[in-house]
Write a protein that binds this ligand. Structure first.
Ligand code: IFM
Length: 408
């Protein structure tokens, strides 16, 4: 048996837009309709109302931590106007977790922006950081006596890639220079939010606080091992996985590194020029790895490699997301087990890890992919909102309870 550290944090993650439902005052709500998506988020999992039921399930599954996000567009529905009612709602939500002895891990930005903010230019606006930090101060102040773990921004590079490189997600821009500008804004927003949160806790003498960012990390593997593919894989690994983290570390603005890991990227440069070098992936069927229902390779080895490279940061690592969408629940359990084995291997080789949160507690709204991908430990019937605990959830519950998994 492989044994995890005694005070390890075990649980699952969600985000407001994907589970709450009816977040009708943000850019995604408007965009998903304008874009004509087959599935719009609608009432999603109705967790805005059903959160106590969801947390009862997490409690029964022996989770001792839970990651959720607060929805900026609810809290600040108009520029500079804060809703006391919504702030109380989130106070109630984190209280509900604590009453169940579940440690809340709260994300402040998870892809969505208030409509007023996006209409001003969103993350391109010169005052973007100012607006974000003002919101952060307001909500952190309200939750500081109940929350110790904060995640400033979820997957900044994914946001930039989807919204400013691919031009798929709102605001659907396609420009390397905008992408660079927004990346810098997100970096500054993180640093300023980090400083604001620490300042607040010091002023209130609210005890220790831990602030990090949720970094999506991918293994970059050359497909055919040519010099150009190897070189592109190394460059992408640095730019995508580490550059931002190194900058944050340099500015001393991170108490832990939040890692979201799912898959690998099979690098195959198919033409000349920077675009090909940075973005091309294998288009043939060269990968023989099993995949999730979105076609992502399942590659637990990459998880280990990435964690090992984080060792040099000398900071605790917190796995904030790791999961699979699949219609085969046995495959879900294989995924979790193999990734936990990789994680344990990294821990035993000296990587300090605080905890592991599976993505996701519930099936939920997978952005432009709609409701079809099933990531949940718990199945959601979107017609009745009935929750059904999957077999994999029970197996994971045993791990959360004992802190042990079978060895390879
Ligand atoms: O659903 C997303 C989540 O919002 C961010 N990380 C990846 C998940 C699966 O795609």
């Amino acid at each position: 048996m492989l044994e995890f550290p005694k005070d390890f944090l075990w649980g699952a993650a969600t985000s407001a837009y994907q589970v709450e439902g009816n977040n009708d005052n943000c850019d995604w709500w408007e965009w998903e309709k304008r874009y004509g998506l087959k599935d719009t988020s609608g009432s999603a999992c109705r967790s805005y109302e059903l959160f106590t039921q969801d947390f009862d399930i997490a409690h029964r599954l022996h989770h001792n931590a839970h990651r959720l996000s607060v929805e900026w567009s609810r809290i600040e529905p108009q520029e500079g106007v804060f809703s006391e009612e919504e702030i109380s709602h989130y106070q109630e939500v984190v209280r509900a977790l604590r009453e169940r002895k579940i440690i809340p891990v709260v994300t402040l930005h998870h892809f969505t922006n208030p409509l007023w903010f996006s209409r001003r230019g969103g993350w391109q606006d010169a005052k973007a950081c100012f607006y974000f930090v003002r919101f952060v101060e307001k909500i952190v102040e309200a939750l500081s006596d109940q929350v110790r773990y904060w995640v400033t921004i979820n997957e900044p590079m994914v946001y930039v890639y989807q919204s400013y490189v691919l031009g798929l997600w709102p605001p659907q821009e396609k420009s390397f220079s905008l992408a660079r500008g927004v990346t810098t804004k997100l970096l500054n927003a993180h640093v300023q939010a980090y400083q604001a949160i620490h300042r607040l806790y010091e002023q209130k003498q609210s005890g220790p606080v831990f602030v990090g960012i949720a970094k999506n990390m991918q293994a970059f593997v050359p497909c055919i091992s040519t010099a150009v593919n190897r070189c592109a894989a190394a460059v992408r690994d640095y730019l995508y996985n580490y550059e931002l983290l190194l900058k944050i570390k340099k500015r001393k603005a991170m108490d832990f590194i939040g890692v979201n890991y799912y898959t690998r990227n099979l690098v195959e440069v198919r033409g000349g020029g920077m675009g090909h070098f940075l973005l091309d992936i294998c288009q043939e069927e060269h990968s023989h790895l099993p995949r999730n229902t979105l076609g992502w390779d399942i590659y637990p080895e990459g998880f280990f490699q990435i964690l090992m490279k984080l060792k040099s940061f000398n900071l605790p690592v917190f796995i904030l997301e790791n999961g699979i969408c699949t219609l085969d629940d046995a495959q879900r359990w294989d995924f979790v087990l193999s990734h936990l084995q990789s994680l344990h291997r990294a821990i035993s080789e000296g990587v300090p890890v605080l905890g592991y949160l599976y993505w996701s507690l519930l099936d939920n709204y997978e952005w432009d992919k709609g409701f079809a991908p099933r990531f949940g430990l718990v199945e959601v019937d979107y017609k009745t909102q009935q929750r059904t605990i999957r077999e994999s959830a029970l197996k994971f519950a045993e791990v959360c309870h004992t802190g042990k998994v079978v060895s390879l």
